[in-house]
Design a protein around this ligand. Structure first.
Ligand SMILES: [Zn+2]
Length: 197
């Protein structure tokens, strides 16, 4: 069965909960491994599924900057754009760079927004490399629902760190991503290393 070490290098896992010996706790061991995925509960209960009213009132990318960094999972704030963790990450450290403005299409960004989205993307790559030792990235924007955008009304640039062997059988056969670090811990780690303005 899979272990934390199967996803990327064990060396990129900064914080692993201490596992208490089973004999201290109630229950009987059987032949199964358990994979705890508390982040799935938010997904299953439909949190953050916006009904787009055009004004962004239900939009998670409009809502996040109004919350404190820990609650909104915000990693860094610029003048025109900000960096936030993806609640449904493809990989540990999957961040998104978004303009504050509720705008859908890349050509509609102002020059200032375009520049800052690009600069924050570069900084995110440096920080993720420093913190996690990732070996590559997938960068990109899905423009429009037809292209795969989950929240098409508010542009977001994905920055997904990659490690050799991070795509194992779990997502292919089991449609399950194994994520060895909780989002709050990832956010703190990135925010700590993010260069101060
Ligand atoms: Zn929005």
């Amino acid at each position: 069965m899979t272990t934390v070490g199967d996803v990327g290098d064990a060396s990129d896992v900064e914080h692993v909960e201490e596992v208490r010996p089973g004999w201290e706790l109630a229950g009987a061991a059987d032949g199964f491994e358990r994979l705890w995925t508390p982040h799935r509960l938010a997904y299953l209960s439909g949190e953050n599924k916006p009904a787009d009213d055009g004004a962004g009132s239900q939009c998670p990318f409009c809502r996040a900057p109004g919350q404190d960094d820990e609650t909104g999972l915000t990693v860094a704030r610029g003048e025109h754009a900000f960096v936030v963790l993806n609640l449904y990450p493809y990989n540990t450290g999957h961040v998104m760079v978004c303009p504050y403005r509720h705008v859908s299409l890349y050509p509609d960004l102002t020059a200032e927004e375009t520049l800052e989205v690009a600069e924050l993307t570069k900084t995110a790559m440096r920080v993720l490399t420093d913190v996690s030792g990732c070996q590559g990235f997938n960068l990109g924007m899905n423009q429009g629902s037809v292209a795969g955008a989950g929240i098409a009304a508010h542009l977001h640039q994905h920055v997904v760190p990659r490690w050799g062997g991070d795509a194992n059988f779990m997502p292919v056969v089991g449609r399950t991503k194994v994520l060895p670090q909780l989002l709050g811990d990832t956010r703190s780690l990135l925010a700590e290393v993010w260069p101060k303005a």
